[in-house]
Design a protein around this ligand. Structure first.
Ligand code: GLU
Length: 500
């Protein structure tokens, strides 16, 4: 089984295309097949090397590897269409020689006039066939005289092209509605329908999974397979990925490219697992599955005919779940760029990285995406007692003496306590504050939280307080902005309260 993903490098990788790549990849990996990456860059104006590099990078990030491709080569290369022009020319010559293709000298103006006439008579718009009857000798003469010419395929009249789409079922097209289409443009560039058949034919592709926007191309491609004597692949056309309003997923629904989801802090395994479920189900109500299990179970024939809706809430849930399962060191590293953007660190050294990894239990399970990590961990890096007290919600906490008493007791207890390096140390301290202040429950914990973090909500205190003191012990070389100790915080808070 040989499958391929054939993106045009004209922008970033859209999640809909990423799903197409994933389905091809799952099928290949589940069947010991070969997965080919081919770059369809014949549109020289719109294709860019940066887009190609970005697509490769996003595919790698998603964990989709390929066996043949532009970067690694393979037995059927090159894998960039712009490097295969001689192959297209040779195939066009074959079709010209057998009379299955012909030169067309029609100018853009003539073609536009034909089109306008067909529209005016409510006829299907297709090539009117003016050059189909030209004698080959006449065509050669005009070409020799320098007249620009495209090459068109001579579509056989009066036939029906039928194929069994593995998703959509039987599809039939009458050739009479297909005009003689262009194979090679006058400036020498191959048209998509032609290049794709030459490539899939030469690369021995056995199965094509692609977007349903290509269904109407398939009859043209099948005619070309026949004309060139190549065995056509089996086709599966996927319904497009929709937004919640059932319109094709686009910018106005929010993020659409893999790069955007990546930047927001989705884990690759979460996005990959989620995309596998857009239009396909592994059965048994299973949703969270390791990728090799997805590959084992994936079946094109079980892909839904109706459009899949991209459900961000479900993706968020998956991401949360995968974050909880992720290795802390890895999660800490993935969190780093977000914390850097927030100004909380520069380049963490080993000690800094280990500290970040130790923070992940306060993040995983509490946020949907890693972009939310800085807000969750802000209390570590930003502490200003006076600014906190100036806030109404914080000030309201200290309208009565009990809360002030708790902070005073906290500050005093911390003067003699060692650093709160772990949960036990923190609990022992709280016991002392409880006894000294005579408060318990919310009346005890709320003032402690506010005094240590400057915030009225946040992670569990028995995680947060030790994190503060472990952070305060970091060397400046750790690459994080300085973190104030619990002792410093309680003292600052007590004196701000005394001033206020
Ligand atoms: N380059 C085409 C696209 O991105 C590929 C279509 C195909 O798979 O044949 O839509």
């Amino acid at each position: 089984m040989r499958l391929r993903f054939a993106p045009s490098p004209t922008g970033r990788l859209h999640v809909g295309n990423a799903r197409t790549a994933l389905f091809n990849w799952l099928l290949a990996r589940g069947h010991g097949g070969t997965f080919i990456l081919r770059i369809e860059d014949t549109d020289a104006e719109r294709s860019t090397p940066a887009s190609e590099a970005g697509i490769l990078d996003d595919l790698r990030w998603l964990g989709l590897d390929w066996d043949e491709g532009p970067d690694i080569g393979g037995p059927h290369g090159p894998y960039r269409q712009s490097e295969r022009l001689a192959l297209y020319a040779a195939h066009a010559d074959r079709l010209l020689a057998t009379g299955q293709a012909y030169y067309c000298f029609c100018t853009a103006e003539e073609l536009e006039r034909d089109r306008a006439r067909q529209l005016a008579h409510q006829l299907p718009t297709k090539y009117a066939g003016r050059c189909r009857q030209l004698l080959p000798d006449d065509a050669q003469r005009r070409r020799a005289a320098g007249e620009p010419a495209a090459i068109r395929f001579k579509v056989p009249h009066g036939r029906e092209v039928v194929f069994d789409d593995r998703v959509r079922g039987r599809v039939a097209w009458h050739t009479d509605v297909i005009g003689d289409f262009v194979l090679v443009r006058s400036e020498g560039r191959p048209a998509y329908n032609f290049a794709v058949v030459v490539d899939d034919g030469l690369m021995g592709v056995t199965d094509v999974i692609r977007g349903e926007d290509h269904v109407s191309n398939t009859p043209r491609q099948l005619l070309l397979y026949e004309a060139l004597g190549y065995v056509p692949p089996r086709f599966a056309h996927l319904a497009l990925v929709m937004g919640p309003d059932h319109a094709p997923l686009s910018k106005r629904h929010g993020a659409t490219s893999v790069g955007e989801f990546r930047a927001r802090g989705y884990l690759p395994e979460a996005l990959r697992n989620y995309l596998a479920l857009v239009g396909w189900s592994p059965g048994h109500d299973d949703e969270l599955l390791p990728v090799d299990e997805l590959a084992r179970r994936f079946s094109v024939d079980a892909v839904s005919k109706s459009a899949g809706v991209f459900d961000v809430a479900k993706l968020d849930w998956m991401n949360r779940t995968y974050m909880k399962q992720a290795d802390p060191a890895r999660l800490g590293a993935l969190m780093t760029p977000h914390l850097r953007d927030a100004g909380y660190l520069t380049a963490p050294d080993e000690e800094g990285a280990a500290f970040l990894a130790s923070l992940t239990p306060m993040v995983a399970g509490a946020v949907d995406r890693l972009e939310e990590a800085p807000a969750r961990l802000r209390f570590l890096f930003v502490f200003d007692a006076a600014a906190a007290l100036a806030r109404e919600d914080v000030a309201a906490e200290f309208g009565h003496g009990d809360a002030r008493g708790v902070v005073a007791a906290l500050a005093e207890a911390l003067e003699t306590a060692g650093p709160l390096t772990d949960r036990d140390a923190y609990r022992a301290l709280v016991a002392r504050v409880k006894e000294a202040s005579g408060q318990k429950g919310r009346a005890l914990f709320h003032p402690i939280r506010v005094a240590l973090t400057g915030e009225t909500g946040g992670p569990e205190l028995d995680l947060a307080a030790p994190a503060i003191d472990r952070g305060a012990a970091l060397a400046p070389s750790s690459g994080l902005v300085p973190i104030r100790s619990c002792r410093h915080r309680a003292r600052a808070f007590a004196s701000a309260l005394a001033r206020g």
